[in-house]
Design a protein around this ligand. Sequence first.
Ligand SMILES: Cc1cc2nc3c(=O)[nH]c(=O)nc-3n(C[C@H](O)[C@H](O)[C@H](O)COP(=O)(O)OP(=O)(O)OC[C@H]3O[C@@H](n4cnc5c(N)ncnc54)[C@H](O)[C@@H]3O)c2cc1C
Length: 475
Amino acid sequence: MTMPAILWLCRDFRFDDNAALSAACADGPVLPVFILDAATRAQGSASRWRLGRALAAFDAAWAARTGGHITVLEGEAADLLPALATRLGATSIHQNDWPAPAQQRVQAALSDALGGGPVRLHLHPGHLLIHPSRIRTGAGGSYKVYTPFARAVRQAGPDRPLAPPGQLTALPAIGDLRAGTLNLAPDMYRGAAVLAEHALPAGEAAAFGRLEDFLDCVRDYPSHRDRPDIDATSGLSEHLALGEISPRRIWATASLRGEVEPSLAAGSEKFLSEVLWREFAWHLLLAFPQMPEAPWRQEWAAFPWAGESPAATAWARAETGIALVDAGLREMRVTGRMHNRVRMVVASWLTKHLLTDWRIGLHHFADSLTDWDPAANAMNWQWVAGCGPDASPFFRIFNPEKQAASFDPDSRYRDHWLQGEGARAYVSTLPASWNSPARWTSADTAPLLAEGRNRALAALERFNRAADRLSAKKG
Ligand SMILES: Cc1cc2nc3c(=O)[nH]c(=O)nc-3n(C[C@H](O)[C@H](O)[C@H](O)COP(=O)(O)OP(=O)(O)OC[C@H]3O[C@@H](n4cnc5c(N)ncnc54)[C@H](O)[C@@H]3O)c2cc1C
């Protein structure tokens, strides 16, 4: 007997490898529902804007396949879904688990509301390569270091992706809201128009196209992936963040290409080791859900970070006077993306040279990145700040000029964002009151670099001495 089922969309805007969709189809006709709730509204504006594009792309794909639309509701799942299930005569609500702390609270509230009644919430894996419960240390805990974690995932072998459902009967959409016309980020004002101009195409078809194009060139990935002046990385992070492609599909496709074409093996191997960093970030977030708010290593709670300051504001406005740092922050403001190497340099400048609390940077990134991912963002900020479990030590302070010389040797990336097309696009995002002088062109940055570095090392020394005194007292 078939029963109508609710597909509760979250970060899974795809047909391929979608366990919740497959399970809903096995139940009977499907009503796909997206709920615009308080947790979604609390997200950063750029990622909300990108979510709107993912929804619109999925709605269009749904329409092409079924002739109907997805249902969009405003409110809380716990208030809306039990009544909706009763109205439809559905006993199952299926969701692909996006194990972000905010979403887990929403799921728990819905489970409470459903109580012991006939309607059940089913959470399906698919956001990660392997269910985290299968990756445990010998002692049964979670991993804190990337290398053994990555080894354990490879040994266990990522789960195989599912094919898209063959049979799909859709129920007609309910309500007046349409995914294609929603404006999820009215707070971006004209920033949204600029982002739209520089956006990568959204949606599942675009994600698959991007993966294929990237794998054709994956041979160069190991040598070029750190170069912001070369388009050598996959650009898949947005698609992964929105679930427009699954990590299991990426793993299976890239592994196969590496096996079939030996010349691509090393490149695809390196690429997959980066995908494992994403997996590791989620592993850490599940073990320590406070990761976006609190240092993993508790003793770092006492580090004397500076709070909001004119220097931190100038950083966010790409006005540090350091070319690579300002170029990266401009790239993010215009495109919603920033090259990984530059993210590290920009984050290091804020936390080391400016001694500013990493959470200020984390929030700025969360508001500005279209690939915002709560796990990757928090893990990486803690990695750079030196307070994460497997972090770069605090005394490792990036010198942005040396980084620029190594990774942007002809200054193409910096010139683009500080003087060329990118600079013009950046200026067009600024409010009239916001002056952005071009200060970095001739400035001699050496004293600024040395002063910041010395200040950071002195702060670290004081911090270590205080920690030693404390442990001596305790001992
Ligand atoms: C301070 C800081 C904040 C970051 N915030 C985010 C974030 O909010 N969202 C996000 O997706 N990534 C974040 N990253 C990681 C990384 O910068 C991006 O994943 C990468 O730049 C995306 O580009 P790509 O898809 O072309 O990467 P590729 O080089 O093609 O890598 C393939 C995939 O591997 C994963 N990956 C690569 N590097 C990392 C990494 N260091 N940590 C976790 N996963 C990784 C991503 O899913 C990426 O799409 C952050 C890094 C730093 C230093």
